[in-house]
Each structure stands twice: as C-alpha cells, then as structure tokens.
Design a protein around this ligand. Structure first.
Ligand code: NAD
Length: 291
C-alpha cells in the first residue's frame, strides 16, 4: 500500500521508542498540546524515571508553548500497544547501527500505514538503517538537541523520504515548542552539531597548542557571547569520552582534521577524567554531579 500523509494528527498519539536521556525529553515536548504520548522501552526499569520526568515538567513547559496544555504520558513495554494509532514515532534507543536497523524493521511492520517513522540518532543518517524497511518514504532523521532548553531540531531525508512529511513536520513541530531546520543534503552531524564541532575543535586546539587555558577560553566566551557556560564547561557536561568519540567519527570521515584536539581529549579520558560524571574533567569543581 502506498504511503499517505497522516491526518487528524491533533487527536492521535505520538510514540517515543526508548525512555532514556533523550526519549523522556522528546516525550515531554510532545505532551505539551494536551494529547497522549506513549513511551516504549524494552526495559520496564526505565518507566518510573521517564514518566516521573514528564509529569514533573509538563505543566511548566506547556505554559511556554503557545496554545499549549499539559497532555498525558503513558508507558508501555508492548511495542504494538505503543504504536497503535500513533501518527508519529520517534526512535531514541542507543546509538548502535545493529539496534537501529532492527527497530526500524519492527516499526515499519507494526506502525499504522500512515505513521511517520523518525530517528533521533546523533550520528547516523537514516539511509543507513532502512534495509529492513518496506516504506523508506516514511522514514527520516529528526534530531533533537536537549529539550526543553535547546529546542532546535535537524530534519533530514533518508534519500527516499516523502517531501510531504518534511513540509508537514516543518509546519506542525513548532506547535509543540520545537523548531525544525532541514538539512538539504545528507550530512554527518546534520547542521548545528557540525558548527558546534568546529567550535569545540578550535577551542581544544588553542589549549593543546599551549596558547590558552580552558578557564580563559570559557571566560572569554562568556564575556563575548553572553552565555552562562563556555565550550570546556559544556564538554565536561556532555562527557569527554563522548566528545572524543564524536570527534573520532568526524575525523574518520574527513581526513585532514587536526589531531591536537583528539590528543588533548585522550589525555583526560585515559586519566579517567571524563567531566561531570566522574567529578573531574577540564574543571575539578563538580560536587554531587550537579555542576
Ligand atoms: P540512553 O542510553 O539514555 O537511553 C536509551 C534507552 O533505550 C534506554 O532506556 C534503553 O533501555 C532503551 N532501549 C535499548 N534498546 C531498546 C529497544 N530495542 N527498544 C526499546 N528501547 C530500547 O540514550 P540517549 O542518550 O537517550 O540516546 C538515545 C538516542 O538519542 C541515540 O541515538 C543518541 O545518539 C541520540 N541523542 C542523544 C543525545 C544526548 O545528549 N544524550 C542528544 C541527541 C541525540
């Protein structure tokens, strides 16, 4: 059956697959229009924290969304139950290609025929995991940053995505307080992640070359850009092992990137100083994982 765009979306649920760091935040945003959001995770342990997170925050976040009102969140560990009637399915399971391929095959078989199937993957274009999908025209990347604070989204075709889906999402997503930007070509890192990667890389290079210190770079950044945290503080928050993995991925795809930034990161990672999560990274003033 050929794919047709979903209709009556105001009265249909959104399903989020994966209840981790991002899944629960994505669910929160889709719960800001008074409708139902279903969170599916194969681990029932994920339920309590994810549902509590959405319930605790939904009233406050819905109040920031024009025309918003708190919706309902439901957890299930039954995939068919999560998908029934959903107009949009957003996958946010771990960043492993084998898992992504498997789940997209399942979603394509089990979701309603007109459901849009989106992936929150940070680094894989969806063109890489549609080999078990019969309807690649309904699949695309929809990459969130860190809602409800960082609400820009990259959207990107898998090479076959129905143009109507991209237009529909550009029109509808702002109603949920998130703002889509289309990558017009396939791009590892989409749009903003690439810009941010360049900032991180050059900040690291300045320190690796002995030109400056993490503290001074951050302070200059704060003064000139007017933001509360600079690049080094932000890298500590993400985790220096994760920052290194991301940079390795870019370096593998684009030979010629300078090695100094990765060498500096490796020193910290090898010493076990991964940032906030280990209590020490470029900074050592983290207490109770709060900073
Ligand atoms: P996470 O590890 O916090 O959560 C993943 C969840 O998926 C876990 O609750 C796990 O139980 C569940 N899960 C694993 N396999 C599953 C399956 N087959 N079916 C259903 N649930 C399954 O991961 P995360 O940090 O939320 O990342 C999820 C995705 O979002 C990744 O693709 C990542 O690249 C992307 N992403 C992460 C961030 C971030 O800052 N963490 C930002 C943007 C995008």
């Amino acid at each position: 059956m050929p794919f047709t765009l979903p209709t009556d979306i105001q009265n249909r649920p959104v399903a989020v697959i994966g209840a981790g760091t991002l899944g629960r935040r994505i669910a929160l945003m889709f719960a800001t229009r008074g409708g139902e959001v279903r969170i599916y995770d194969r681990s029932a342990d994920a339920e309590e924290a994810a549902v509590a997170y959405v319930r605790e925050n939904v009233a406050e976040v819905a109040a920031t969304v024009e025309g918003g009102s708190p919706g309902r969140v439901v957890f299930t560990s039954d995939l068919a139950e999560a998908l029934a009637g959903a107009w949009l399915v957003v996958e946010a399971i771990p960043e492993r290609l084998d898992l992504k391929k498997e789940i997209f095959g399942q979603l394509d078989r089990a979701a309603d025929a007109d459901a849009i199937l989106a992936s929150n993957s940070s680094s894989y274009p969806t063109s890489q995991f549609i080999d078990r999908v019969e309807h690649p025209e309904r699949v695309l990347n929809m990459h969130f940053y860190m809602p409800p604070k960082q609400n820009a989204i990259d959207i990107m075709s898998d090479g076959h995505t129905d143009r109507g889906i991209i237009d529909l999402l550009k029109r509808e997503l702002p109603h949920y307080g998130v703002f889509p930007f289309e990558a017009h070509k396939e791009s590892t890192g989409f749009i903003f992640n690439r810009v941010w990667a360049a900032i991180k890389r050059e900040s690291l290079a300045v320190v690796a070359e002995g030109v400056s210190t993490p503290q001074d770079v951050d302070r200059m950044w704060q003064i000139n850009m007017g933001t509360p945290a600079g690049p080094f503080r932000m890298m500590d928050q993400v985790g220096l092992d994760v920052v290194l993995d991301i940079e390795e991925h870019y370096a593998a795809e684009r030979p010629g990137l300078p090695g100094g930034p990765r060498e500096l990161l490796r020193k910290y990672v090898d010493a076990g100083h991964l940032g906030v999560k280990t209590g020490r990274g470029f900074y050592d003033d983290y207490t109770g994982g709060k900073k």
